[in-house]
Design a protein around this ligand. Structure first.
Ligand code: FAD
Ligand code: NAG
Ligand code: NAG
Ligand code: NAG
Length: 529
């Protein structure tokens, strides 16, 4: 080898190694964004790397489950907060090109932290849509275009600002991000009258795996079907939903009536199972169930709180209750007449005096360490079953159950209208939660308690499959363990969340994202090539 050749190859080696060490993933990514989106946009100001002073604040700001905020949880290499649609397109193109694993986050409420933690693949980055939160309400056409990073509370507020007799039937917790929420179904206090949020979607705009923006027409009916209930993070990045507004009356009525076991709570709840799914569809009575003390003693009991929204006035409500559910003994004194927007705030737990503008803050109202699971009930649980449930509830420090009635409009959809399959024949859904506040708590102890409770409940709930709600993501049901997972492995959770729709979701995924770019621990897998 000549001297020149040696020098040239040394120089080349030097150049190569220096470019590898000085060129971080972030710099390469930014350069790619410039090429694929906006040549002069200051992307550095939208990117938070791990050594940025704001990294943790930004990462944790929208993380709802504190279990995934602990220092030992895997952290993204950086967070990118796009400010335009073309940034989102470029992020997909660049992450794919540079082979960077990407997670997308809207409201950050994922129960297993899937939008900001990857247990399986590192490094990864987070595309955080917090800056894409426009809402355009059009009362004349009864529609609104809402952007993925907006919270559902902001959507409710913007509708209320334009009309007191329009609303939208989605989630109860007002800090949910519409990007992740509606993609999994989205139920709330008007579900028995109007169905789910996903049942009331008219159009959408998404970024597909090739970085193209597609609307309903250009994506086609298969993909449009899949994104309305098939769960977030599998088919593309949702930018906008076009939603259909619904009519709400100027006066609605709310109440919360608690009953302990000493006050006949077991028999009453048994009766609720037979009544709540069949009662007037303007009435949604959920039950919040927690251990408590008997009076001011240390004796433990269970409190069942009947927490309701009625689309109408108090007088009519008392009549409905007298006729269909006299056992609760509801009187006018228990009822509070209010507006629809105030009912939204009531059920979300805001104190009565809070102004609706609080909904614009778009922040989670409370954060906990928690683990949750869900079940669907198709036959009333006998009294003996309820007693066994109370015993178990009283063994745990801070457990919570929410029983949520179905029926009404929910039963009028077929199981395959959208991927959300829990329809006619479902009496109600149970959500089980265990919460704790202290990082030093033994999380395993609480999670074990919840798993045991779930085993116990197996006898009383839906079977083959034992159904679960995809928006209450539960990795106990199984997860993808590789970037390519088998259909068989995914069907552990797939049939529970989607029943027969799972197969169609897999077919659509295979067509639109065969390389499995959009993936996480419970994303829909494509079939092998
Ligand atoms: C306190 C609390 C209350 C809740 N109350 C209700 C309720 O009343 N009704 C109900 O139906 N559900 C409820 N949920 C569940 C909630 O609907 C889901 O957690 C939902 O996925 C949250 O959406 P997000 O955008 O806030 O979450 P994220 O964590 O941002 O996203 C959830 C999933 O969707 C993906 N995703 C996020 N944005 C997009 C996007 N733009 N395009 C594609 N994929 C995306 C993420 O990658 C992740 O996999 C509640 C959850 C919590 C924590
Ligand atoms: C942190 O990131 C933000 C947004 O990218 C940027 O504006 C800021 O200058 C960074 N700060 C530091 C200390 O790196
Ligand atoms: C507990 O309540 C009873 C009546 O309900 C009352 O007589 C008693 O003083 C209370 N005890 C305490 C410690 O508050
Ligand atoms: C729901 O199912 C029941 C029987 O299982 C049936 O009688 C009823 O007509 C169904 N309702 C609708 C709306 O399909």
């Amino acid at each position: 080898m000549s001297h020149l050749a040696i020098i040239t190859s040394l120089l080349l080696l030097f150049l190569l190694s220096s470019s590898v060490s000085s060129d971080s993933t972030e710099e390469t990514f930014v350069r790619c964004l410039h090429v694929n989106s906006d040549k002069s946009f200051p992307f550095d100001a939208s990117i938070y790397t791990q050594n940025n002073a704001s990294f943790t604040t930004v990462l944790d700001s929208l993380a709802q489950n504190l279990r995934f905020c602990v220092p030992s949880a895997p952290k993204p290499s950086f967070i990118f907060r796009p400010t335009t649609e073309s940034h989102v397109q470029a992020a997909v193109i660049c992450a794919k090109k540079l082979n960077i694993h990407l997670r997308v986050r809207s409201g950050g409420h994922d129960y297993e932290g899937m939008s900001y933690v990857s247990e399986l693949e590192t490094p990864f980055i987070v595309l955080d849509l917090a800056k894409l939160r426009a809402i355009n309400v059009n009362i004349k056409s009864n529609t609104a275009w809402i952007q993925a990073g907006a919270t559902i509370g902001e959507v409710y507020y913007r509708i209320y600002q334009k009309s007191s007799v329009h609303g939208f039937p989605a989630g109860l917790c007002t800090s949910l991000g519409v990007g992740g929420h509606i993609t999994g179904g989205a139920y709330g206090s008007m579900m028995r009258k109007f169905g789910l949020g996903a049942d009331n979607v008219l159009d959408a705009r998404i970024v597909d795996v090739n970085g193209r923006i597609l609307d309903r027409k250009s994506m086609g009916e298969d993909l449009f079907w899949a994104i309305r209930g098939g769960g977030g993070g599998s088919f593309g990045i949702l930018l906008w939903w076009k939603i259909k507004l619904v009519q709400v009356p100027p006066t609605v009525t709310v109440f919360t009536v608690p009953r302990t076991l000493q006050q006949g709570g077991t028999k009453l709840l048994h009766r609720w199972q037979e009544v709540a799914p069949f009662i007037d569809e303007n009435l949604f009575i959920r039950v919040i169930i927690q251990p408590s003390n008997v009076g001011n003693t240390t004796k433990r009991t269970i409190t069942t709180a009947y927490n309701a929204v009625y689309l109408g006035g108090a007088r009519k409500l008392v009549e409905v209750m007298k006729k269909s559910f006299p056992e609760l003994g509801l009187t006018a004194k228990d009822c509070q007449e209010t507006s629809w927007i105030k009912s939204v705030m009531y059920i979300a737990g805001y104190p009565d005096s809070t102004p609706p503008e609080v909904l614009l803050q778009g922040k989670p109202t409370f954060k906990n360490y928690f683990k949750a699971k869900s079940d669907f009930v198709r036959e009333p649980i006998p009294v003996a079953g309820l007693r066994g449930l109370w015993e178990r509830m009283m063994q745990e420090e801070s457990p919570l159950m929410i029983w949520n009635p179905y029926g009404g409009k929910m039963s009028s959809f077929s199981e395959s209208d959208i991927p959300f399959p829990h329809r006619n024949g479902t009496l109600y859904k149970i959500q089980y939660v265990t919460l704790w506040q202290d990082e030093k708590e033994n999380a395993g102890k609480h999670i074990d308690w919840l798993r045991n409770l779930y085993n116990y409940m197996g006898a009383y709930v839906s079977k083959s499959p034992r159904e679960a709600y995809v928006n209450y993501r539960d990795l106990d049901l199984g997860m993808n363990t590789k970037s390519r997972t088998s259909f068989k492995q995914a069907s552990n959770w797939g049939y529970r969340y989607f029943k027969g729709n799972f197969k169609r979701l897999v077919q659509i995924k295979t067509k639109v994202d065969p390389g499995n770019f959009f993936r996480h621990e419970q994303s829909i897998p494509p079939l092998p090539y």
